[in-house]
Design a protein around this ligand. Sequence first.
Ligand SMILES: [Zn+2]
Length: 278
Amino acid sequence: MTERLLQDGVLAVTPVVVHLCTRCDHMTSTVAHACRACGHQGSRPLTRQMLVWDRSPGTPLLGRDDFHAHRAKQPGHLLTIAQNVPERLILSRTRDHGISLAPLGLDGLVLDPRAGVHIAVLAAARHGAERPVMTLTENAAANVAAYGAPFRRHDGTRLRYALHGRIPYDDAAALQRLCEVHRVSPAQRELFLAWFLPLCSLHLRAGITAAQLPALLKFWRRAHLDRPDTPGSDGLAELRRRIAAGDMRWVMDVTLLSRIIPDYLPTDGFIKEPEGAT
Ligand SMILES: [Zn+2]
């Protein structure tokens, strides 16, 4: 992708003055500031070849249609943040890990991971996803969206973002206790944590608080009990329409939710469709 963007003149390899930490050689940026790798204050300027994206003024970095969300939920302030990044973005970094840019003559440099993460999602999407959607928090989107702008379209595939709120997984002990108190089976707990809460976080974009967990667990148990005896296609068309429109309110509809709860957590990330569903 990077090579093609270079050939098309979207990206360029050009000499740039950057600052290197005088203690660990980590590249800080085009302006001198404390090293993000070791905290050292001192830096020295160095001119070296870098992979850059110079966009012409007025090029939109992020539009409403870059989000998989219904209109009322689109993040206006993210669009504003994206417009405030510099006109030149440097896409090569000194880092231990990443996609090596040595084939482009940039020895020791890797592609900025804020760009690379988009490529990773598109690569995963090649396994059958026609409309890939990358889930991330608003903070993460504010950090990576500008760097992803040249990388969100590839070979007719377009990558969109879906924003989700934070899930309080770090409060695992409290969650564990909660499940014990409510006599939630280990299998049900696994589905609650790894299937229901992620879906919930796409709806509760301001984040899920630890205080909300008891009510969510109660709701989840009710939906679990309401599961139909025989799986069918009732309501699936409606559900599909809502998901395609980026409308996640259905997660809080106990009837709709109960129809699609899987029996177990699939390890390959794909939920099997109920038998007979089309
Ligand atoms: Zn350093």
